[in-house]
Design a protein around this ligand. Structure first.
Ligand SMILES: NC(=O)c1ccc[n+]([C@@H]2O[C@H](COP(=O)([O-])OP(=O)(O)OC[C@H]3O[C@@H](n4cnc5c(N)ncnc54)[C@H](OP(=O)(O)O)[C@@H]3O)[C@@H](O)[C@H]2O)c1
Length: 355
């Protein structure tokens, strides 16, 4: 069974059941156990045509399967190195099953080398073999599915800004400050650096953001006029809301030393960003920073530093997130629609299952 959405209208979603095809030699069938769902997944749908996110898990013409991060177990295997029962972590569809073609199989992981995924970014085609992971703790699966992909982006942005001496800025302003990607970055900035961290958020999320303790100041979108207009500032935008971004650039003008476009939690409020005052917004491309640091630090050095940062984050942010579990088609559809509509409480993280 698959949850599929209309690619032209993300509010329209439905379930589709079809007979499971027989496996061919070299393939494995994964049983999808559970997955996380946040605004990040809605963004995959919102930019699906542009960036190619619909191509990972093909669906009926005009419909798409939104990718999610989750855990699956090998249900049936015709691959000699992948035994049945093995649990994997990685990029999955909102479905009950997925057929993969394992390649580059090592003790620690494998790549789905299916032809339709070959042209897509490597990082999304890789699966971790959980049992072989050093220090693997199954009780952290849910937090990892929700937070780790978002935290890794935050880790890379934090490193990119430090690597560029914050472009001369002393303040970093984060838009959509209540999002998990934003508060991961605020955590790293507040822990590592000598800069002021300001969060911009909706009026209704101000108290949540204030309560996190990793922002020096929290400002509602309607109060952008209270930002100090002369402090050299970096803007990091997770909201993708053209009106909010324009207001921030207008207020700060030439004080905007760098403007980093990361997300679009406000996916229906996108718009042109030409002609803004201050530095021109630039899209953050995480893989470039990964490549750079893998060269600088080596792959092992990169993994060690990111794992250390992740461990500290997990330990210190234990109380930040209430995990909410939902099982079955109705629960999946309800969380999907709530996330599309922006109705999810920022203190909650959703783990879903179609089993
Ligand atoms: N480029 C990359 O590599 C990369 C990697 C990771 C994440 N991202 C992006 O970063 C963004 C954050 O993702 P996340 O999963 O961390 O988000 P999240 O935790 O699910 O974000 C929830 C927050 O987003 C805002 N929001 C969500 N839906 C909304 C809606 N429909 N209308 C208005 N506001 C809405 C609200 O915050 P406020 O009230 O504070 O605005 C809400 O509290 C996503 O766009 C994601 O794609 C990009």
């Amino acid at each position: 069974m698959d949850f599929i959405v209309n690619r032209q209208n993300l509010r329209e979603g439905k379930f589709e059941s079809k007979p499971t095809p027989k496996l061919e030699d070299g393939q494995a069938r994964l049983r999808i156990k559970k997955f996380a769902f946040t605004a990040n997944n809605v963004t995959y749908g919102a930019v699906g045509e542009l960036i190619g996110y619909w191509n990972f898990f093909p669906a009926l013409e005009g419909w798409g399967r939104i990718p999610v991060w989750g855990v699956a177990a090998v249900d049936e295997s015709r691959h000699p190195e992948l035994p049945e029962g093995e649990r994997l972590y990685g990029y999955l569809p909102m479905s009950t099953d997925l057929i993969i073609e394992p390649g580059n199989v090592t003790t620690h992981g494998l790549t789905d080398v299916s032809a339709h995924r070959a042209a897509l970014p490597e990082v999304y085609n890789q699966y971790t073999r959980l049992a072989a992971e050093p220090g693997y703790d199954r009780t952290q699966d849910d937090r990892r599915m929700i937070l780790n992909p978002l935290f890794m982006t935050a880790f890379l942005i934090d490193d990119f800004l430090a690597d560029n001496d914050f472009f001369g800025a002393k303040t970093v302003v984060l838009l959509s400050a209540s999002s998990k990607t934003a508060f991961s970055l605020a955590f790293l900035l507040s822990r590592n650096r000598q800069c002021q961290v300001v969060g911009l958020t909706s009026q209704g999320n101000v108290s949540f953001v204030e309560g996190l303790g990793c922002y020096d100041r929290t400002v509602a979108y309607g109060d952008i006029g209270s930002l100090p207009p002369t402090d050299p500032t970096v803007i990091v935008d997770m909201a993708g809301n053209a009106t909010v971004l324009r207001a921030a650039h207008e207020r700060l003008g030439d004080a905007v030393k760098y403007s980093c476009q990361v997300g679009m939690t406000h996916w229906e409020e996108r718009g042109g960003v030409d002609g803004l005052r201050g530095a021109k917004p630039e899209f953050f491309f995480a893989p470039s920073q990964v490549d750079k640091r893998r060269k600088d630090w080596g792959a092992a050095g990169f993994n060690q530093r990111s794992a250390e940062a992740w461990g500290t984050f997990l330990a210190e942010t234990d109380g930040w997130l209430e995990i909410v579990h939902g099982r079955g088609p109705e629960a999946v559809q309800a969380v999907y629609l709530d996330t599309v509509e922006g109705r999810v409480v920022p203190s909650q993280g959703h783990i879903l299952s179609l089993e």
